[in-house]
Write a protein that binds this ligand. Structure first.
Ligand code: PMP
Length: 290
């Protein structure tokens, strides 16, 4: 992204990109009391902006803090940033964190900050690879038990194992890594949810220890509208032998086909292609009802 361009909304004000700094003694940096969102604007309109704002506030509550802005104020602020930055197709990144008043595990009275940035980020994965299918490694780290980590929050701390896993995968030539969960079941990718196709039906893990993505929910609804059965269940890695297609979903990844996961191979196309098209149509701004 263009680092020095445009503005960032920071605690209620628009500031130039290069002035949007925080203190080195921020609790969010040291202790990961930080939550964020990842969203996309299509033709100037942010897809499911309200849902993302509500999730951001919920994530903060899970980390025991309150963002001092309403969901409606966050929605308005995001729109302002996208409009001011002048890119109609943009990635939007709200981030909220505990400030620097107290430095220690406890930070009861620290100020809560909110910043919102946007930048051009055309495709998370190489567009040519999106239909051909990307290659995934199998991560060493597993998604933690929900009793071990606040897995329903989109919290910065949960991404530590994601970044390590993605880096290891990239070094081996893979685009990303699939993670199992604490019980050894298939979970998700480092920044996207995962789906499989078997005998014309979609199978996807139950989101009980990872983010139930807004894209995941959208794609499940789109599939059901097409009359495709979607089964949410526990999926063990050995079952991948029988899956014909695989795809991942996320605000950044959108719908991306997977050709390979470690020793497993899939045939991109069919239902994946249909849902890629349906998702592309779904995210386009709808004309206001007459
Ligand atoms: N899982 C993880 C770990 C993610 O980072 C994301 C992206 N936010 C998702 C799933 C998908 O969530 P969404 O569809 O809401 O972007």
């Amino acid at each position: 992204y263009d680092r020095l361009e445009g503005v960032i909304w920071y605690d209620g004000k628009l500031v130039p990109w290069s002035d949007a700094n925080m203190h080195v003694l921020s609790h969010g940096l040291h202790y990961a009391s930080c939550v964020f969102e990842g969203e996309r604007a299509y033709d100037g309109q942010i897809f499911k902006s309200q849902e993302h704002a509500e999730r951001l506030k919920r994530s903060a509550n899970v980390l025991d803090f309150d963002i001092p802005y309403s969901a409606a104020e966050i929605v308005a602020a995001k729109k302002l940033v996208v409009d001011k930055n002048g890119k109609k197709n943009a990635y939007v990144r709200p981030v909220a964190w505990r400030g620097s008043e107290m430095m220690g595990v406890s930070a009861q009275d620290n100020q809560i900050h909110l910043a919102i940035a946007s930048w051009e980020w055309p495709s998370y994965f190489d567009p040519a690879q999106r239909l051909k299918g990307i290659r995934l490694d199998l991560a060493d780290y597993r998604r933690p038990d929900p009793k071990t980590a606040p897995s329903t929050a989109k919290a910065a701390g949960l991404y530590m194992i994601c970044t390590i896993s993605k880096h290891r995968a990239e070094r081996k030539g893979y685009a990303d890594a699939m993670m199992l969960d604490w019980e050894g079941r298939v979970a998700e990718c480092t920044g996207a949810n995962i789906f499989f196709v078997k005998d014309g039906k979609i199978h996807t893990p139950i989101a009980d220890c990872f983010l139930d993505g807004i894209t995941r929910q959208t794609v499940i609804a789109l599939a059901r509208q097409r009359g495709i059965e979607v089964i949410e269940r526990r999926i063990m890695p050995y079952e991948l032998d029988e899956m014909s297609e695989c795809f991942i979903t996320g605000s950044a990844a959108e719908v991306t086909a997977v050709a390979e996961i470690a020793q497993w191979n899939f045939n991109p196309g069919g239902i994946t292609k249909q849902l890629m098209e349906d998702y592309t149509a779904e995210v386009q701004p709808k004309a206001a009802a007459a």
